[in-house]
Design a protein around this ligand. Structure first.
Ligand code: CAA
Length: 261
């Protein structure tokens, strides 16, 4: 079931069903005054949206309110006072820490579901967990003012929100290592060179470009869209003969499903 709007508001999120087109939903990180800094509540809210997507959702757009996509984890969580209304972070060296991280990762991993195509619409900064959220999406459309930074190592952390695999898959191991260890900022222009952006547009055109992309993706038949995403997502882990076999299986399964519909 789609989470209640009031619960999402408390988590710093909003959800628009049927936006930017019928069959799509738009999720907005809505803590603009904190540059959409993320909290465990926000991660739980994102995971709940993923679990409760309205029937027939095919495209999911993730965007940030205000000038930034997301400034990453709310840094006050690392202070003794924490964030009002949020539970303190657990001891990451303690028992149960891996389970806690696994729950946080659910905010990110649903965006890979083959039933949907996910698009990150990134304006301004996407830092740390914010960059990992953009990496969790299948496609990234960047405003020309976008700035990406994998900040975790600078804070003594590894990137642990399921962003390390898409990063390596997209930019390759050497560049991923360089970006992750230097925590340097990547401009929109460099992001496009590194294939971290499918498209870079003037900031004023971001919403329109995302809307056009969503509409184009929605022209595909839902079963075809799912089958193609599954097939392509599995390709890096397969040899050529294995992928050719996967193509054959996918084709026959798809066509049989059409006959039985
Ligand atoms: N946590 C908490 N508050 C934040 C925040 C964050 N990550 N980022 C910004 N804010 C707050 C600022 O403190 C400021 O609050 P006040 O108005 O009360 O002073 C407000 O948001 C606006 O911020 P700025 O004035 O700094 O806005 P800016 O547009 O000039 O700069 C920014 C934006 C470049 C994102 C800058 O705010 C910044 O560098 N933020 C910190 C980014 C960061 O280091 N994040 C941690 C990433 S690592 C991570 O996410 C680890 C993980 O996965 C677990």
């Amino acid at each position: 079931m789609t989470p209640a709007p009031a619960d999402l508001t408390r988590a710093g999120l909003s959800l628009e069903v049927g936006q930017p087109a019928p069959g799509a939903v738009t999720v907005t990180l809505s803590r603009a005054q904190r540059r959409n800094a993320m909290t465990p509540s926000m991660w739980r809210g994102l995971a709940a949206i993923g679990r409760g997507l309205p029937e027939g959702t095919r495209v999911v757009v993730i965007r940030g309110a205000g000038p930034s996509f997301s400034a990453g984890i709310d840094l006050r969580l690392f202070t003794p006072d924490g964030v009002p209304g949020e539970e303190p972070l657990p001891d990451l060296a303690g028992p149960g820490a891996e389970d806690w991280i696994a729950a946080c990762q659910q905010a990110f991993t649903w965006l890979h579901d083959p039933a949907i195509v996910s698009i990150a619409a990134v304006r301004g900064h996407a830092i740390g967990a914010g960059f990992q959220l953009a990496l969790a999406c299948d496609l990234r459309v960047l405003a020309d003012d976008a700035r990406l930074c994998l900040k975790e190592a600078a804070l003594g952390l590894v990137p642990d929100l399921a962003g390390s695999k898409p990063l390596v898959d997209i930019v390759g191991l050497p560049r991923a290592l360089e970006l992750a260890l230097t925590a340097r900022t990547v401009t929109a222009a460099e992001a496009q060179q590194l294939r971290l952006a499918e498209l870079v547009v003037p900031a004023a055109e971001l919403d329109g470009a995302v809307s056009d992309l969503a509409a184009a993706l929605l022209t595909a038949d839902p079963a075809v869209s799912r089958a193609v995403k599954e097939l392509l997502a599995g390709a890096p882990g397969r040899t050529l003969p294995e992928q050719a076999a996967a193509e054959r299986r996918a084709q026959v399964t798809l066509q049989r499903s059409r006959i039985s519909r």
